[in-house]
Design a protein around this ligand. Structure first.
Ligand SMILES: C[S@@+](CC[C@H](N)C(=O)[O-])C[C@H]1O[C@@H](n2cnc3c(N)ncnc32)[C@H](O)[C@@H]1O
Length: 936
């Protein structure tokens, strides 16, 4: 064997068709290869710098392997030293804005799964992906041509593809927009008269993207997704490689047709586990005896073919054997799997057979040889997903994840690929999810003859009892056409680097927009899942900074939150003031969502909007406290503009700081949201949510909140304009009123009662629409109690009403709210004075919402009661199981103002962890208290 074949990438002699002079970062090179050689040498020098290698999240790999994977300055399989240079160049190329230009955008949410059937999207799989078409809507909304977009968890780099596609007319048209001759993009909207009109909202033109990920596999894919190739040369080269490997290895996939003469080409082979009968200890072929071929499924019970004992797969042991592993130079144990079915083609027609002696001979021949070419042999990382294949089948090292036949062919192809343009390797990596032992037979589809028969448990490394060995050559041939879209890419429009999002080398205040799709809690363990591909690429993820919940990595939800906070803090720094960041959040637990929200606040961002996608209707609804987040959420946050932050430093101790915050914040909020023809409630404009936002801003800045919630409600009503329970600035209210005239109804948010706070909100909405008596409210309230939180002390309806609302006792004038309700709904009560006896009689005992002054008195009383209760919690010695969350909230707030951080931490330890994790307010006080205590 030739030595260079053992070390891929070191003997690269490029076959590149690009022989034209190229300019890169202000330097001109005679061709692209000269550009690459120059920057590789520069990166090589940089890699020798120990400080550079100390950057957190620096991937695990030798200098040579990092260089072999990188294509500097555009892509580095490590931190990218040229990012600041690119940004300076991109900024200089931006079109000048007209004088007085002021950037203003409202928060925006669109379906994040749109475009999953697109061939570009499918060119390279990854564990979760946001399609580029979905991201395009965001980029078009928030940016202009030439703007700089950042994605810190880029995965396959779809944000980069989206940024480039913003310059492609056809793709923009396919999203349902119109494009004018001068490049203005129009979207369909409803005008004030309810008519559909086309309004300009963006301009055609590429945006620039900086793509970052901790995983070298991810950035390598992202780089390839975004970098052009010469498709003619690509096709020629890949076909040539396949032909050569076919010559060498084609016999490995040959099988004899049932005519005993002709030879077919194997499409796939099914391998079955072999179990030991728990009664007679004989071996049982699982495919033969455990699969119910009529029902097309694994039977619950099956019969031992030797002793007829009734068996269940769950209780059976696999047959294990030992074998010498020449790669490891040691004896290893594996669970036995035998070939049981071959699917092959002859003259384009598919057939099936049981493996015969010739098939077994071929497999035996391959297995008896040492592999001639380099292939990865490293141990799989200790982990959550890597534990299963080790436990079930003895798969502990990367090479165990492939049959020897496939390993041979894969390594043979790679050997050839190392001698052609390195940009072609993505063709190879895109095939990797179709060649390993995690593939399994889809029994349902196989027996029903419908749908794909080869599948895998996505997001895991699970090896099943019926695993499928595909034909690597056939799979590679299939994927040649997938790379063709790359001719659309523009050299240098995007750049990639590999490191933690919190340590990326982007200068402060340079990004125009950020799109993030981070890992969510324990959903997926990217570094484990990527370890196979990365082993082939010879550079591995450094998982120290990986932002996930993972027991093996000793990361709980709070470590996850801390890691995410660091990433968000970096995002905050690099974003320009007054600009937006979108965080996509899919399908997970409320506790993870709350941790994300806390991390965003800690980083300095202010939430402008949270939207949940209703997949069935394809529309978004506003939401504030998702308790079970089953939908995709889109969180829009902004970085306050410099003006406000500066003013705030002076105003923080005064009430004026509060109103400046609210005034500035209201500007960022959507004036209205629509669902079909109906106007929707905008929860961010609700006074209680405005108050919470203001408080968390003060807390993060480390100032005491200068006013109480009662004073806030009164002050808000004096300074801003209220409509339908929402607050507006004067120019916004005009727009809202106009829109309401044409849309009519306002759709209230549906509300779920799960605790005291949501019960109060629910009652407020009920009474506001219709002031009513206790006996009217009670049955409706009882119906709401099904979802009551098990840790929350249940309060009596009377108590809830007494503490938060007022009841008209029939003395004095009928309160305005009840009067308005009765006179609009009862003909005979119309136009009566407020002391009319009939009106008084009808109004008596009805509950209503107090005006802000009276509400203040009530709240003071309630707060006193809550704090009294909190005093009791401070004394408890055992964990609190059932308690009033509102009391803990009030207590934490007071302790915070008094800088009594120890009380917050002590009580937090007494309440169940899930309650703390699922409550953004408690989490905020707790986090801040822990930080302050650590710092003092
Ligand atoms: C949900 S995926 C992103 C998928 C991407 N939107 C796409 O379309 O392919 C999350 C990514 O975050 C990366 N990641 C995890 N922790 C990270 C960190 N601290 N910094 C940067 N990237 C990280 C993972 O490697 C993974 O690729």
């Amino acid at each position: 064997m030739n030595e260079t074949d053992m070390l891929p990438g070191l003997d690269f002699e490029p076959v590149t068709s690009n022989q034209k002079p190229v300019t890169c970062l202000g330097m001109t090179f005679e061709n692209d290869e000269a550009r690459r050689t120059h920057f590789i040498a520069e990166l090589h020098k940089k890699l020798k710098d120990p400080e550079f290698r100390k950057i957190e999240g620096f991937p695990i790999g030798s200098d040579e392997d990092i260089l072999a994977l990188s294509d500097p300055p555009y892509y580095t399989a490590c931190p990218n030293p040229w990012i600041a240079d690119f940004i300076a160049e991109w900024e200089a190329q931006k079109l000048e804005q007209p004088e007085g230009y002021h950037y203003h955008r409202e928060p925006f949410a669109a379906d994040v799964s749109e475009g999953k059937n697109d061939p570009i999207y499918n060119a390279h799989s990854y564990h979760t992906k946001v399609p580029h078409k979905a991201i395009m809507r965001y980029i078009l909304h928030y940016t202009q041509p030439g703007d700089i977009v950042f994605d810190g968890f880029c995965g396959t780099g779809m944000t980069g593809v989206a940024a480039q596609m913003c310059g492609d007319r056809e793709t923009i048209l396919s999203l349902g927009y119109q494009v004018k001759q001068d490049g203005t993009i129009l979207q369909e909207e409803t005008d004030e008269d309810g008519k559909k009109v086309w309004r300009p909202f963006s301009k055609i033109g590429i945006r620039r993207a900086m793509l970052n990920d901790l995983s070298p596999a991810a950035t390598f894919i992202a780089y390839n997704y975004n970098t052009p190739i010469d498709v003619v040369d690509f096709e020629k080269e890949t076909k040539r490689i396949l032909k050569e490997v076919e010559k060498e290895c084609g016999w490995m996939y040959e099988t004899l047709h049932n005519d005993g003469v002709n030879k077919g080409n194997v499409n796939f082979t099914v391998w079955s586990d072999v179990f030991v009968c728990s009664e007679c200890a004989e071996e049982i072929n699982f495919w033969k005896h455990g699969v119910d071929k009529n029902a097309g499924e694994v039977g619950d019970q099956f019969e031992c073919p030797h002793c007829t004992a009734s068996l269940s797969k769950k209780r059976l042991d696999r047959v294990w054997y030992t074998s010498y592993d020449s790669d490891l130079n040691e004896v290893v144990s594996f669970a036995k799997q035998i070939p049981v079915l071959i699917n092959y083609s002859i003259n384009g027609k598919r057939h099936e057979k049981e493996p015969d002696s010739l098939d077994l001979e071929i497999i035996g021949k391959i297995n008896s040889k040492s592999l001639p070419y380099w292939h990865p042999t490293n141990r799989l990382p200790n982990g959550y997903n890597t534990a299963q294949p080790a436990r079930s089948h003895g798969i502990t090292h990367v090479h165990h994840f492939y049959t020897k036949r496939n390993l041979w062919v894969l390594s043979a192809v790679l050997r050839h690929l190392n001698h052609v343009n390195p940009r072609y390797k993505a063709w190879y990596t895109s095939t990797m999810s179709w060649v390993g032992r995690e593939l399994r037979l889809h029994l349902g589809n196989y027996f029903d003859s419908g749908g794909g028969v080869i599948t895998s448990l996505r997001g895991t490394l699970y090896v099943a009892s019926l695993s499928v060995e595909t034909n690597v050559l056939e799979r590679l041939a299939l994927r040649i056409r997938w790379q063709k879209f790359r001719q659309l890419n523009i050299e240098g429009a995007t750049i990639q680097e590999t490191c933690g999002a919190s340590t990326c080398s982007i200068p402060d205040n340079t990004c125009d927009y950020i799109f993030l799709d981070p890992p969510f809690g324990s959903n997926l363990n990217y570094s484990e899942l990527n370890s196979l591909l990365e082993s082939w690429l010879r550079v591995l993820t450094n998982n120290k900074q990986e932002a996930i919940e993972n027991k093996v990595q000793n990361k709980s939800l709070s470590e996850y939150r801390a890691l995410m906070t660091d990433c968000f803090k970096k995002a905050y720094k690099i974003l320009k003031p007054g600009r937006w960041m979108t965080v996509e959040f899919s399908n997970t637990k409320a506790s993870v969502w709350n941790n994300i929200q806390t991390a965003l606040n800690q980083a300095g961002f202010i939430v402008g909007n949270v939207s949940a996608l209703d997949k069935k209707k394809g529309s978004f609804k506003a939401c504030t406290t998702p308790t079970a987040v089953k939908q995709d959420l889109v969180i829009s946050v902004y970085k306050p503009n410099g003006g406000f932050e500066e003013r705030f430093l002076k105003e923080a101790q005064t009430e004026e700081g509060v109103w400046d915050f609210v005034r500035t914040h209201l500007k960022y909020l959507p004036v209205m949201k629509q669902q079909g023809a109906l106007l929707q409630f905008v929860p961010e404009r609700d006074p209680r949510i405005l108050f919470d936002q203001m408080v968390s801003y003060y807390v993060r800045k480390g100032y005491p909140v200068p006013i109480s919630s009662q004073e806030f409600q009164i002050g808000l009503a004096q300074r801003f304009i209220e409509r339908d329970g929402m607050y507006f600035l004067p120019d916004q209210v005009a727009e809202y009123d106009r829109k309401k005239m044409t849309s009519g109804e306002l759709k209230q948010m549906s509300m779920f009662v799960s605790d005291e706070a949501s019960a109060i909100q629910w009652l407020r909405q009920l009474i506001k629409e219709k002031p009513q008596t206790f006996s009217d409210i009670n049955p409706q309230f009882m119906q709401q109690l099904g979802g009551w939180n098990k840790n929350e002390a249940q309060l009596d309806l009377r108590e809830l009403l007494n503490q938060n609302f007022l009841s008209y006792d029939g003395k004095g004038l009928v309160p305005e709210q009840i009067h308005a309700y009765l006179s609009t709904n009862w003909k005979d009560l119309r136009n009566l004075p407020k002391d009319d006896p009939t009106l008084v009689a009808k109004a008596r005992d009805r509950w209503y919402i107090p005006d802000p002054n009276k509400a203040g008195d009530l709240e003071k009383l309630r707060e006193k009661a809550l704090l009294k209760e909190f005093e009791e919690y401070k004394e408890v010695k055992k964990k609190l199981k059932v308690f009033r969350l509102e009391a803990v909230r009030a207590g934490f707030k007071k302790a915070w103002q008094e800088r009594d951080y120890a009380v917050i931490v002590a009580v937090a330890e007494m309440i169940p962890n899930n309650v703390l994790e699922e409550d953004p307010k408690l989490l905020m006080w707790y986090d801040q208290a822990v930080t302050r205590m650590g710092g003092e």
